[in-house]
Design a protein around this ligand. Structure first.
Ligand code: FAD
Length: 412
């Protein structure tokens, strides 16, 4: 029996492991399917990581290395090349690797930190042929940054998520011509800082309210037809425009990798795509915790580490029998808010609630309602779906509460 098994050796898994160790648990095992820890950050060679955590601008690999060093210092074993196949609610983990074959580990607690994957072309139903030259932005990022291979020379990017924006800049720096970034919505899905630094600084056009209506080419992509969309996101065919290109990169969303979580039977949140958790990041299966991108897609890895530390400390408390269950308060999304994490609060203490809004709103008030009564407001000039928001629910607001609702109030 192992005290704590962590599935995934990305930033979430490593931060959770370190926090659990610092909380007095040393019998920890990290299982990672790739050949080295670090998760997706290994391919994110641009800077901008760690500003919140370390007050410095690090690259993705540098950020991951800080945690890997700690994991090594604490002698926490990381079993790499090891794919977890299933997890049971009784906390039995079945995994496989080339050395041990298929094996089972029983744990007192488990932290799910499997990250997310990119939404592929098949999910978009874009009409046209199926030529080579269409990649998710992350796959192209891996080719360019880790393998030294250029996917193509003339590029169109569909979707303005952060990975697409970062790849627009990377492809330009590597000598390709990025002809356009097309975004279905009237606003970008990425961080404002990435729009500035990756598109505006390189004169790459961002075509909002545009989508691709046809893909051309037989063996290799030869071009795409784009069109403006109306307010119902239907293409306006009179606005069709052909752009020749040999590469199409897709940056159309990330999907939390929750096949294992579904197998455990944990209650899932239909909006985040992750498990429903309490403030301790415990799912509704006792002793099973989740954090990082497998729980909900984060903008910045700094917040992934912060959340993973909560899961790590909580798992340690669970193993030591110190876990508190003082209350049961439902946290829900009100007007303008798509989801909240956590979705439940079980401890009477200050709790940070993360949330995303459903649209771009200007001059808003973020309002916390306790059983229908407004107890806290915070003004913000602008909120957008691409930027995760957070609000602290103070301990006194939780007293005798049944439901906490986080909502927006828009000034007329
Ligand atoms: C292509 C891409 C680019 C990104 N670029 C940025 C960026 O520039 N800046 C930024 O802040 N954020 C970026 N992100 C978001 C980034 O994912 C998070 O910031 C952070 O890496 C999430 O950490 P994580 O540990 O939750 O997930 P990951 O980093 O994805 O780590 C999850 C780990 O779990 C492992 N795993 C999954 N399933 C199993 C299994 N069954 N068995 C064993 N191991 C498993 C995976 O191999 C992986 O190593 C990017 C995400 C993607 C997909």
């Amino acid at each position: 029996m192992t005290d704590l098994v962590i599935i995934g050796g990305g930033p979430a898994g490593m931060s959770a492991a370190c926090a659990a160790y610092e909380s007095g648990i040393s019998d920890i095992m990290i299982l990672e399917r790739e050949e080295s820890p670090g998760g997706i950050l290994k391919q994110c060679i641009h800077n901008g990581f760690g500003l919140h955590r370390f007050g410095e601008e690090l690259t993705g690999p540098e950020y991951a290395w800080r945690y890997e060093q700690k994991v090594r210092e604490y002698n926490i074993p990381v079993k790499t090349g090891t794919m977890v196949l299933s997890v049971s609610p009784e906390k039995k983990v079945v995994a496989t690797n080339s050395e041990d074959g298929i094996f089972e580990i029983s744990a007192k607690a488990i932290i799910l930190a499997m990250g997310c994957r990119e939404r592929p072309r098949g999910a978009l139903m874009t009409p046209g042929t199926r030529p080579a030259g269409i990649y998710t932005a992350g796959a192209a990022q891996k080719f360019v940054n880790m393998k030294g291979l250029m996917p193509g020379r003339e590029v169109v990017i569909l979707g303005s998520g952060d990975i697409g924006l970062i790849m627009a800049r990377r492809m330009t720096l590597e000598g390709a011509k990025v002809k356009a970034v097309c975004e279905l919505m009237p606003y970008s899905g990425g961080l404002a800082r990435n729009i500035e630094q990756c598109l505006h600084d390189f004169d790459i056009p961002l075509k909002l309210s545009h989508t691709i209506v046809e893909i051309h080419g037989r063996e290799r992509l030869t071009g795409v037809t784009i069109a403006r969309v109306d307010e119902n996101r239907k293409p306006i065919l009179e606005t069709k425009e052909y752009i020749s290109c040999d590469t199409l990169l897709l940056s159309v969303g990330l999907l939390p990798e929750n096949e294992l979580t579904l197998g455990i039977g944990a209650t899932m949140d239909g909006v985040t795509g992750g498990a429903v958790v309490d403030g301790a990041r415990q799912t509704d299966v006792p002793g099973i915790f989740a954090c990082g991108n497998v729980l909900h897609v984060h903008d910045l890895v700094d917040f992934v580490s912060e959340e993973a530390e909560i899961a790590g400390r909580s798992a340690a408390a669970y193993i030591k029998g110190d876990m508190k269950k003082e209350t049961e308060i439902k946290v829900q999304a009100g007007f303008g808010v798509r989801y909240t994490v956590p979705q439940r609060i079980c401890e009477n203490k200050d709790t940070d609630v993360f949330f995303r809004v459903g649209d771009v709103y200007r001059r808003v008030k973020m309002v916390v309602y306790k059983d229908g009564e407004a107890v806290y407001t915070k003004k913000k000039q602008k909120v957008a779906p691409g930027e995760m928001e957070r609000i602290t629910i103070k301990e006194d607001m939780l007293l005798d509460a049944k439901t906490i609702t986080v909502a927006l109030e828009v000034e007329q």
